[in-house]
Design a protein around this ligand. Structure first.
Ligand SMILES: [Zn+2]
Length: 313
C-alpha cells in the first residue's frame, strides 16, 4: 500500500506539493542538498543512503538520476534473489516504510533516530507480520477442520477393513483411555477393544501410543488389510512426517515397524463425527472411570444406534 502510494506520487514531499501549486520550499528539509522528490527521500537522501548501507542493501548503479520505478525494480530484484540473508530481504518493504517515517519525524518533530534502531524496528515488523500471517494460516486450517468435522462415516472398499481409533487424554498425571473398532465393507462391526494406558505427557503421545496398540492388536488378529482412522491431526502429521516430530521418535519408530508388517495398513485422518462411535468407548475410561480393558467380537450394544446411523450413511 505504501509502495503503491509512493509510486503513484501520492506522498506529500516538496516536489509533489509544488507540482500541485503549493508554495513550499523545494529543497530537501533533511539534507538540504537536493530537491525533495520521493526517490530522493527514499533512496538518495543522506539519511536514506545511510539506512540502505547499514542494511547492506546494494546501491543501484544506474544512471546519474534514477527514476522511482528504477529503484523499486532494483529492490524487487533483491527481494526475490538478492545477496542478502532472508530476514533482511523480506524486511526491505518495511525499511522503506521506516525511512519515510523517519523523514516525517525529522521534518515535523525534529527527531533523529539511530539507523541501527530503524533497521531493528523493520526486522521486528517483519517478524510481527509473519506471526499475523501464521495466524491467518491457522484460521484457514480451522476452517478446513470445521469442514472436516461434519463428514460422516463411510464404508471401506471391498476387501478392506476400516478401524476407527481414539485415545482419551485429560492431563499428564491421569490414566488415559484408548479404543478401536473395526468394521467391514458392509458397516458391520467385527471387533472392538478398550484399553487403559498409564499417564503420558500429552494428547499427541497418547494418540500415537493408542494407534500403536491398535496395530499390534489387529496384526495379532490377522487383519492385514486395514485402514486406521484417527481424528488427531497432529498424530497423523507425526506419522506422515516423523522427522518433524523428534519428541515422539521412539513411539514413531515402533509404530512404523508395526505398520510395515501388514499387507496394507494406511493411517488416515477421520472427521470427529465419523469417529464418534469409538470416541464414546475411549471417553468411558476418563469420564466414567471404567478402568478395565477388554476385547470383544461385534459391537457394544449401548452403541447400536450410533453404529446403525453410520451403516446407513
Ligand atoms: Zn535529502
Amino acid at each position: 500500500m505504501f509502495l503503491w502510494r509512493a509510486l503513484s506520487g501520492a506522498l506529500a514531499v516538496a516536489e509533489c506539493l509544488c507540482s500541485h501549486g503549493m508554495n513550499v520550499p523545494l529543497i530537501c528539509p533533511v539534507c538540504k542538498n537536493d530537491a525533495e522528490s520521493i526517490s530522493h527521500v527514499l533512496f538518495e537522501c543522506s539519511m536514506a543512503s545511510q539506512v540502505w548501507r547499514t542494511a547492506r542493501v546494494p546501491a543501484l548503479n544506474g544512471r546519474l538520476r534514477n527514476s522511482l520505478e528504477d529503484y523499486i525494480e532494483h529492490l524487487f530484484g533483491i527481494i526475490e534473489a538478492g545477496p542478502l540473508c532472508g530476514n533482511y530481504r523480506q524486511a526491505i518493504p518495511w525499511i522503506i516504510w521506516c525511512i519515510w517515517k523517519q523523514r516525517n519525524e525529522k521534518v515535523y518533530a525534529a527527531t533523529d533516530n539511530i539507523v541501527d534502531i530503524l533497521i531493528a524496528q523493520a526486522l521486528e515488523d517483519v517478524e510481527e507480520w509473519r506471526k499475523l500471517n501464521e495466524e491467518d494460516h491457522q484460521e484457514m486450517m480451522r476452517d478446513c477442520r470445521v469442514r472436516h468435522e461434519v463428514q460422516k462415516w463411510s464404508k471401506p472398499p471391498a476387501g478392506m477393513l476400516k478401524c476407527n481409533v481414539n485415545s482419551s487424554w485429560i492431563h499428564e498425571f491421569q490414566r488415559c483411555g484408548g479404543a478401536w473398532l473395526v468394521r467391514d465393507q458392509f458397516g458391520e462391526v467385527r471387533f472392538h477393544a478398550r484399553e487403559i494406558f498409564v499417564p503420558i505427557q500429552n494428547r499427541v503421545a497418547a494418540e500415537l501410543r493408542c494407534i500403536l496398540w491398535t496395530m499390534l492388536s489387529l496384526y495379532d488378529l490377522h487383519m492385514e488389510m486395514v485402514e486406521i482412522w484417527s481424528d488427531s491431526d497432529s498424530a497423523i502429521q507425526a506419522i506422515s512426517f516423523p522427522r518433524d516430530w523428534p519428541t515422539y521418535r521412539s513411539l514413531l519408530d515402533r509404530l512404523h515397524y508395526a505398520q510395515y508388517r501388514f499387507r496394507s495398513c494406511q493411517v488416515k485422518l477421520s472427521s470427529v463425527r465419523a469417529n464418534s462411535a469409538v470416541r464414546k468407548i475411549s471417553k468411558s475410561v476418563t469420564n466414567e472411570w471404567r478402568y478395565h480393558s477388554y476385547f470383544a467380537r461385534g459391537e457394544p450394544t449401548w452403541l447400536h444406534t450410533t453404529i446403525e446411523e453410520d451403516r446407513r450413511s
